[in-house]
Write a protein that binds this ligand. Structure first.
Ligand SMILES: Nc1ncnc2c1ncn2[C@@H]1O[C@H](COP(=O)(O)OP(=O)(O)OP(=O)(O)O)[C@@H](O)[C@H]1O
Length: 200
């Protein structure tokens, strides 16, 4: 996969070199320059077939994403975009290479049915906040702000199975926003959203 051809940004990034050497035991670098949100170096990912053959999916992918910017990963079907995003999200381990990501990070799946799983909209958006040791009022406030941001305030008590695909996707995004993540990874965000919501 040719990453430089896949990323498009208004201003080309001016990225400093890695500040810390990768641990020999891990693909993940702990600390880095504060201006960098994501940096991957020479990431490789292969899968093993039933016959035991290794099939390379990503070959030597390197990327640097500065903080505070919106970047898109573009490329033809099957070139490895979702695989790379899953590696960035920590859902897959690269076969080799080093990776740094600012924390906390959130990942919104291509299909919201894989993510929006709690009984109601409110419960679903609250779910990720459970680990943050917040009061009930603080949780309610964060959930309310996040749902407001995606235009779903009126749906707070709705059972999630009654939502449309686009509404579920908005709830999934609200869950990520509620956690105030520093890196938000969105896999084909617009799959279920209509034209108005894509702009929104
Ligand atoms: N578990 C797996 N087993 C076999 N092949 C896989 C597996 N996961 C991914 N692949 C293959 O790896 C390649 C990259 O898949 P990936 O889903 O990352 O592509 P993509 O760029 O996101 O595609 P699309 O634009 O169609 O969503 C594809 O050829 C896919 O068939």
């Amino acid at each position: 996969m040719d990453l430089p051809a896949l990323f498009r940004a208004a201003v080309p990034p001016n990225i400093p070199p890695l500040l810390s050497a990768p641990s020999p035991r891990s693909n993940y670098i702990i600390e880095k320059d504060n201006n960098i949100a994501i940096e991957g170096r020479n990431l490789n990912f292969s899968i093993k077939t039933r016959k035991g053959d290794l099939v390379p999916i990503l070959k030597d992918c390197s990327l640097s994403i500065p903080s505070g910017q919106l970047w898109m990963l573009l490329g033809p079907n099957g070139c490895g975009k979702s695989t790379l995003l899953k590696i960035l999200a920590g859902l897959l381990n690269p076969t080799s290479g080093t990776l740094y990501l600012k924390r906390p990070k959130s990942f919104v799946f291509q299909n919201p049915d894989h993510q929006v799983v709690m009984p109601t909209v409110e419960a679903d958006v609250s779910f990720g906040l459970g680990k943050l040791n917040l009061t009930e009022d603080e949780v309610k406030c964060k959930v309310s702000k996040a749902l407001d941001a995606v235009g779903m305030s009126a749906y707070m008590q709705r059972p999630v199975q009654t939502l449309s695909g686009g509404q579920k996707q908005r709830v999934a995004i609200a869950g990520a926003l509620a956690e105030a993540c520093k890196v938000l990874l969105l896999d084909e965000l617009t799959t279920f959203l209509d034209e108005t919501d894509q702009v929104y």
